[in-house]
Design a protein around this ligand. Structure first.
Ligand SMILES: C[S@@+](CC[C@H](N)C(=O)[O-])C[C@H]1O[C@@H](n2cnc3c(N)ncnc32)[C@H](O)[C@@H]1O
Length: 229
């Protein structure tokens, strides 16, 4: 990352401050008791993983998805965790060492510039991609790197359809403290994510979760033959 734009710098600063307590504080948003773990599980299941698979976790943060992925891919598989914020990756590294995982590597990079490589079995991004203005580009780059049966899964929060603007602002104010909430609501990034996945993947499934406060989008490059049963 030779040149970081000011928006990215602000975002990194925010996540540097959050990193230490992220695993606990993230449970409180968008509301205490929000079922993140159940949603994460659904997202990992939607990857249709097999033992030995290679998985890229885009904007992996502190690595909260790693144990769920490791359980399926086992020691013969591989995870690459990508994130912009050094302090979040440092927490992820601590989790890797505490669990003795030797098949996870971490890359500090902007998702928009990340080189996905080739023949990737699965790509996951949870509660993060809507923060990346170039989300459509990230989806396209990832899709091009997927193996024949490879799957792309995105889980993220959204504003429920039909929510009045003032209520949307209130609800998202705590979740998106680093940037203009107005901008996030106006940009409606979940729509760009949906459109890009529809464009790039053969069999997109789109599921609204918890009254439309989140979505799970999943698809494969090859179509339903590659989908999990
Ligand atoms: C809300 S956290 C989610 C972390 C993790 N995916 C999870 O489910 O707990 C958002 C993460 O996205 C990362 N992030 C934001 N913009 C990014 C970008 N352009 N490229 C890579 N990571 C980014 C932040 O550093 C942060 O770790």
């Amino acid at each position: 990352m030779s040149q970081i734009d000011p928006t990215r710098e602000r975002l990194i600063e925010v996540y540097r401050k959050k990193a230490k307590h992220y695993d606990i504080t993230s449970r409180l948003y968008p509301a205490p008791g929000y079922p993140h773990r159940a949603q994460r599980l659904r997202a990992v299941q939607a990857l249709g993983l097999r033992a030995g698979d290679s998985v890229i976790d885009i904007a992996c943060g502190t690595g909260l998805n790693f144990p769920l992925i490791e359980k399926v891919i086992g020691p013969g598989g591989r995870i690459v965790g990508v994130d912009l914020t050094d302090a979040m990756l440092a927490r992820a590294q601590g989790r890797i060492e505490a669990n003795g995982w030797s098949n996870i590597s971490l890359v500090q990079a902007d998702a928009a510039d990340f080189d996905f490589g080739a023949r990737v079995d699965a790509i996951l991004s949870t509660y993060a991609l809507s923060q990346v203005p170039e989300c459509a580009q990230v989806i396209a780059h990832g899709a091009a790197a997927l193996s024949g049966r490879g799957r792309w899964v995105v889980l993220d929060v959204k504003v429920p359809d039909g929510t009045p603007g003032w209520l949307a602002q209130l609800g998202t104010a705590i979740v998106r403290p680093f940037a203009s909430i107005d901008e996030w609501i106006m940009r409606r990034p979940w729509e760009a994510i949906r459109a890009a996945m529809q464009e790039e993947l053969a069999d997109l499934s789109w599921t609204e979760l918890l009254f439309g406060t989140a979505f799970l989008a999943a698809g494969s490059r090859a179509g339903s033959a590659g989908s999990p049963s």
